[in-house]
Design a binder for this molecule. Structure first.
Ligand code: SAM
Length: 246
């Protein structure tokens, strides 16, 4: 499993169609809305990284965030997001960007969001740490980074990973996996990858990249989600980190 295999999944027309539908049918999760309203500033330039077709970017705009942009490493997602923006007359720039190597300048954004576990779809801890450093670089001092992950310490994943014989997460037998916590999973659109981290590992990676961890909570502790949101996405952990001021 490498970054190109993951990108292949997110370039597939069935995956793209799934995320296009999510813009209209899912919108912002209640938990996302509460986190964004609590931690992000409506006047800041905000990047929705791993934006897909723009579900979060359009949602932010709808609740009054005026300077939103989106970026994704799938050109196909970016094309759809641009078409939706044009359709709604929304001036949201969408660009093709790889989170591990961003083209934005230093301190370009007031806040960055990497929603719906996108950071954990980057294979390899070194590459995920590179993304954490890149987001740090493009954020202004004092700016917030909001992202989500699944959680290997949570009840559901403790049970899933307890089954050591499962080929989908058995690092010893499955050549597509790199590290413990990696999970290979199939959806109706194909096969993809997700790293399911332990809470302590994410906290350690944030600290190593210079972040201050402000808060982290399971989605279920933040809000009760609509049925369609729960069907679209399982419970996950929200992370809010700040780039220290000088
Ligand atoms: C689970 S989808 C979420 C899409 C969208 N944020 C949403 O919630 O509907 C994860 C997104 O992250 C993007 N992604 C994964 N790895 C990435 C990387 N290294 N750089 C940029 N985007 C990436 C994928 O192309 C995909 O669109």
């Amino acid at each position: 499993m490498n970054i190109e295999t993951v990108r292949g999944y997110f370039k597939d027309s069935r995956t793209v169609a799934h995320y296009v539908k999510a813009v209209a049918n899912i919108g912002l999760w209640e938990s996302e809305k509460r986190i964004f309203e609590n931690w992000l500033d409506r006047d800041d330039r905000i990047l929705d990284l791993g934006c897909g077709a723009g579900r979060i970017a359009f949602g932010l705009r709808d609740i009054g965030f005026g300077q939103v942009e989106g970026a994704d490493f799938s050109e196909e997602m970016v094309v759809e997001a641009r078409e939706i923006a044009e359709h709604f007359g929304a001036s949201i720039p969408f660009c093709r960007e790889d989170a591990t190597c961003l083209s934005y300048g230093e301190e370009a954004f007031g806040a960055v969001v990497f929603g719906f576990n996108g950071l954990m779809q980057i294979p390899g801890r070194t590459a995920r740490r590179a993304a954490l450093s890149e987001v740090f670089r493009i954020l202004k001092p004092g700016g917030c980074f909001v992202f989500t992950t699944l959680d290997r310490d949570d009840r559901l994943y403790r049970v899933v990973f307890k089954d050591g014989a499962n080929y989908d997460h058995d690092v010893e037998r499955n050549p597509n996996l790199i590290e413990e916590g990696d999970r290979h999973f199939s959806t109706e659109h194909g096969t993809t990858f997700m790293h399911v981290p332990r809470r302590a590992d994410v906290a350690e990676d944030l600290e190593a990249a210079g972040w201050l961890l402000l808060d982290d909570k399971m989605r279920s502790e933040i809000a009760r989600e609509r049925t369609e949101v729960s069907e679209f996405s399982e419970d996950c952990r929200f992370w809010i980190a700040r780039k220290p001021t000088r």
